[in-house]
Design a protein. Sequence first.
Length: 279
Amino acid sequence: MVRRPVVALTCLLLALTACAAPVAPSSGALALSGADQSDGTASAVLPASAAAATRGVKLTGIKTTNATTGVITVTGTITPAPAKGTRIRLHQWIPTTKKWQEIGHGFSVGTGVTIKVTQPGSIRDYRLNVYAQAPYLAATSKPITFKHYVWRGLFKRGVLASGGKANPQFTVIPPSEGPRRSEADLLADKGGYVWGEVDSTGCRHFKSWLGNLTDGTARLSIHNGPRAKAIASVRQLQESEGNFDAKIDGVTRLRLQATDVKSGYGPYISVDSYLLCTN
């Protein structure tokens, strides 16, 4: 008769002990295991599989800043700003190799960068690139196509043809004496004229210094190939110097001609001439 109450009491004690056992934490409780007890917030911890942050790179400007030496100036922005002095690369697409090639670089200042490089005349694609920099991935700007016009000697690619009337002589100064390939002498007898033609594909402007060495007035002119009408011309008095320039957009075969206007011996003009081209 005494055993039943004892058994009942034992069962009650076992039940109370089970209720007091620690409960396994939920996933939500585990997420707060790094909580800062002072303000009740949790530290943000990215899982190892999370992707790195991205960075924006933009090429904001590109222009020829010195057409004589061929300097190109490029500006860009990088956001968020990289560490000061981060190397930013300027790439150019090389059609022959079908690859991007680094042709210069600059160093970031805040979110900006300026890069200057010297290049021959060309029409190419350009882009900016910054390597990975924790926590950011490497980034590249969208490419921009740019026409880079540079001055070059009129005779850099040689003379296609020459001719005239009354003993014409079109003589280009050799490279040993005129390495810029821009100088020539144009001569003919009295009442005559002399001309020479060059390939001007990809060029937009012509300029020249000229000196009239004859005993009278001569005319220097440029033509669209063999067409009789001149694009532009200038009359030069006896033993005087001058300058001559003109736009030549769309002209692919430029003719330079010296013609006698009034003299005792015929035209004799020395020139130092250039084309503004992308090639």
